[in-house]
Each structure stands twice: as C-alpha cells, then as structure tokens.
Write a protein that binds this ligand. Structure first.
Ligand code: G3H
Length: 247
C-alpha cells in the first residue's frame, strides 16, 4: 500500500514558544503508522529547536523535519542563504524547492530551482519540487504547459530520481481557502506522474497536492489514485488541525 505524505510548511510563522507547544501537543496524540510519512518544515532558525523537541518528546521516529529553501552551494559568501549541508547538520531530511512564493516574491526561475534540486541530490537532502500555475495561466489554458516547463527545467540535470518528491500547488489555491477540486488536482497529479514515468521509467515518485488543504478536505484528496499526500500551509500551524488531516 502507498504511503500518505502529510507535510506541514510553516512558512514564516511560529516563534520559539509556539514551536515548543506545537511539538508537545503533536507528541501527545501522535501514533505510529506505517502508511504515513509526516514532516514539518519550520523556519530554518527554528530547525535545531524543532529537532531537540522531537528527540526529547520521543517522536523523532514518527515525524521528520525539512527546510523551506536552500542555496546551491556548500559554503561561501552567500549572505542570508543556508546550504543543504547545514540543513542536514541540523536534522532536516527534506527541502522544499521552487515554492510559488519563492518564484513570485523572490524571482526564482525554474533554471535556478533546477540547480538547487541537483545540489540537494548531490548532498543527500530530499527535494520537494513545487510546481503550479497561476489563475491567469489556467484561464488561458496554459496550466499544463507551465507545470511541464517547471518540471523539465527543475529536473533538467537529474538522471536518478530516487528520493524526489513533487508537490503540485496551483498558485490560485495557496492561502486563499479555495482549493482545487479533487478532480482537477487528481488530473494534474496524474499528468505529473505520467510525465515523470516517461522521463524516469518509474511510477512511485510521491506526488503531493497543496493549496488550502485542511481537515475538512484532506481525505478527499487522499482518496484519489494519484495524490500521495499534501503540502499544507495554514492548517499545519495548529497541531490539532495538522493531526486531524492524518487519514
Ligand atoms: O506550502 C504550502 C502551500 O503553499 C499551501 O498553503 O495550505 O496555506 O494554502 P496553504
């Protein structure tokens, strides 16, 4: 049976006390499930604190950690950036790359994202490559061509995809309360899976959906054939709603 991935992207939210309290509440209710892959992506300044929490609370085998971005160099004069080695050193297993907020607010191109994907693989940090179209793209009938371009450039230098995850996040569904319909999300995730299968000859790369996922609709997405989990923003900030999305 496939695993469901429930990934919580905190974005630029949560301070020390909120981080501590999140993991304390999570630990009280979290049970082991072999079919679940749970990960939290705190701001990188709280990564070490998060790792300490999950170790002290005894849930480090049930929840993984990740970072929301990294740079494609190991070290050097790159003010403000962190490297995959630093993320790994502080306990991260995953890195979200190419999130639409990085693309739209910080000018990240698909080529730039691709360099980071390759470098993460080189270092052993698992990339969660985010792709997704804007509402304007969708209205013009360009949704798939935008996603395909993000996939092909983001994975240009990747010959072996072992460890890769892809998250389909339509920009218009992020933080808006308006999620994609189950059918639309399934359709796009199926197209992504077929594209990945054509390039790599494997069909088991996890494909997640993200965009206004919450306890009320998570189950619908998880019931589809090609959605292997969710990358959740807002609803992952509250440990109770995060836990309520576990199938
Ligand atoms: O990375 C998470 C996505 O941007 C979704 O955010 O659940 O707040 O819509 P959201």
């Amino acid at each position: 049976m496939r695993k469901i991935h429930l990934f919580g992207n905190w974005k630029m939210n949560m301070l020390s006390q909120e981080t501590d309290s999140f993991f304390t509440i999570l630990a009280e209710r979290l049970t082991q499930s072999p079919d679940l892959c749970l990960a939290v992506f705190p701001p990188s300044v709280y990564l070490e604190r998060s790792r300490r929490s999950i170790v002290e609370l005894g849930i480090a085998d049930k929840v993984s950690l990740g970072v929301q971005n990294v740079y494609h160099e190991d070290k050097g004069a790159f003010t403000g950036e962190i490297s995959p080695s630093m993320a790994l050193d502080l306990g991260a297993s995953y890195a979200i790359l190419g999130h639409s907020e990085r693309r739209s607010l910080f000018g990240e191109t698909s080529e730039f994202v691709g360099r980071k994907v390759s470098f993460c693989f080189q270092k052993g940090l698992r990339p969660v490559l985010c792709v997704g179209e804007t509402l304007e793209d969708r209205d013009k009938g360009l949704a798939w061509s935008v996603v395909e371009e993000q996939l092909s450039k983001g994975l240009l230098d990747l010959s072996d995809p072992s460890g890769l995850l892809v998250a389909y996040e339509p920009v218009w569904a992020i933080g808006t309360g308006r999620s994609a319909s189950k059918e639309d999300a399934q359709g796009m995730c199926c197209d992504i899976r077929n594209w990945l299968a054509k390039k790599y000859d494997v069909r088991d790369i996890p494909v997640l959906y993200g965009g206004s996922v919450k306890p009320e609709n998570a189950g619908e997405f998880f019931s589809t054939e090609d959605i292997d989990g969710a990358l959740v923003g807002g609803a992952s900030l509250n440990p109770k709603s995060f836990l309520d999305m576990i199938p």
